[in-house]
Write a protein that binds this ligand. Structure first.
Ligand code: DQA
Length: 150
């Protein structure tokens, strides 16, 4: 069974109460539950981790291949905009990463327009709330099915 790692960065543990006018009322637990249901339906195993620590995120990105993950869905939150260390960790591995954001980072404050990880990920999905994550999961499912057939 293919395994997917869903990684959430800093402050995403506060979803539901954190700036609901931007991030909505859905909690991180709700998001993980929805992703888990879809992954199981598709015959995949999804594992979830949220961390407020850059080093923890880097550790799990580095270990993704050894731990058997076929894909990473990553919301690096604020680290997106300045963590060269997370960017380098993604560049160092062969496991494909899809970058997601709940909000549209390109229509918000200027400092959010830049993603330092964007050049080293497969693609970026932002601005669709929870559906940014769900769309990423659909892409993972499509890609893995196509690989199975090939
Ligand atoms: C975010 C956007 C980031 O700019 C912000 O720092 C976050 C969440 C999003 O999902 O919209 O924490 O990644």
């Amino acid at each position: 069974m293919d395994k997917i790692l869903v990684l959430h960065g800093p402050n995403l543990n506060l979803l539901g109460t954190r700036e609901p006018e931007i991030y909505g009322h859905t909690t991180l637990e709700d998001i993980n539950r929805m992703l888990d249901v879809r992954a199981r339906e598709a015959g995949l195993q999804a594992d979830f981790l949220q961390s407020n620590y850059e080093g923890k995120l880097i550790d799990v990105i580095q270990q993704a291949s050894a731990n058997g993950y076929a894909f990473i869905i990553l919301n690096a939150a604020a680290y997106t905009h300045y963590s060269i260390a997370i960017r380098d960790a993604i560049a160092a591995i062969t496991v494909p990463v899809i970058e997601v954001h709940l909000s549209n980072i390109h229509t918000r404050e200027k400092f959010r327009h830049q993603s330092v990880i964007a050049p080293v990920v497969l693609g970026q999905i932002c601005g669709f709330g929870v559906d940014s994550y769900m769309a990423a999961m659909e892409i993972v499912i499509c890609r893995l099915r196509r690989e199975e057939k090939a």
